[in-house]
Design a protein. Sequence first.
Length: 317
Amino acid sequence: MKKYKKFLYIFLVVVIFILGVFLYATISKGNNEDQKEKSLAEVEYLEKKIVTLLNELNNIESRNYNLSVSEISKEDSSQSNSQNSSQSSSQSSQEEESNSKESQEEGGGNSKGQGQESGSSGNASNGEEEKNEEYTLKETGVLTNTADINWDNIKTEVENLYSPVPTITLDLYSLDIAREDILGFNQELDNLTKAVTEENKENTLSSLSKMYEYIPKFTDRVTDDVTYKAVINTKNDIFKAYSILDTKNWQEISNDVKQTIDTYSNMLVNTNTDSNKQYTINKIYIMLNELQNAVNSQDESIFLIKYKNILEEMNNL
C-alpha cells in the first residue's frame, strides 16, 4: 500500500512538472510572437521613413499628382467675381438709394451718427488683411519636378526619428538581435543628423543607404515572410546604386544594379505565391533589367524614372 502511494506521489509530481514546462513554453512562445509582431511594425516604420527621406533628396513622390495651394489677392478675387455680381449690385444700389431717402426724411439727426459708426466699422474691416486660397491639383514627375531640396522638412523628419528609436532599440534587444547591428544603426542616425545639418546631399544619401543596410538584418529576425525579406534585400541593393547617382560613377552603379538583379532572381526561384503576385514579381524583374539599360546609357533622369516605378511596383507585393 505504501509503495502504491509513493508511486502515485511520484507520478503526480512528474505530471505537474510536465504541465508546468508546457504552460511556460506556451506562454513564452506567445510572448515572443507578440514581441516579434511589435518589432516588425517598428522595423516597417523605420524602413518607410528611410525610403521617404531617400526619395525627398531628389524630390521623388510616389503619387503622380500634388496638391498646390496659392494665395489670391483680394483685388484679384474681386475682379473675378465682378461679372457675376454686376446685376445684383445694380439692383441693390437702387434699393439703397431709395432706403437712404426714406431714412433722411424719417430721422435726419440719427443718420449722421449711423454714418460715423459705419465709417469706423468700415475702417476696421479695411485694416484686416483678407486672404483667399486656391487649391489646384498639379501633375508631378521626375522630369517636371525641378524644385530645390526641402532641407527644413528633412531636418524635422530626421529629428523626429530620435523619439521612437530608444523603444525600438529595447524591443530589438529582446529578440537577441546582434548588439553591434543595433548600435551601428543608432550611430548611423547620428551621422545622418550631421550630414542633414550641413545640408550635404551626398553624405545624407550615403548615411541613409548605410542605415537601410541594417533593415534586412532586423527583418530576418522579426518575420518569416520570404517574399517580404526578398523585397527588403532587393531594395537594399538598389539604394546602394541610387545613393551614389550624383557621383556619376557609372561602373559602381552598374555593379550595384547587377547585384540587385541577382538578389531579386532568388525570389523568382524560392517564393511560392498566387498568380497575381507572381505576375508582379515577373514584371519587377523586367523593370530591374530595364534599369540596367538606363545605367548603360548613363542617363540620370531615365534612371530616376525607372527607379521610382520599381519602388511603386514593389509596394504591390
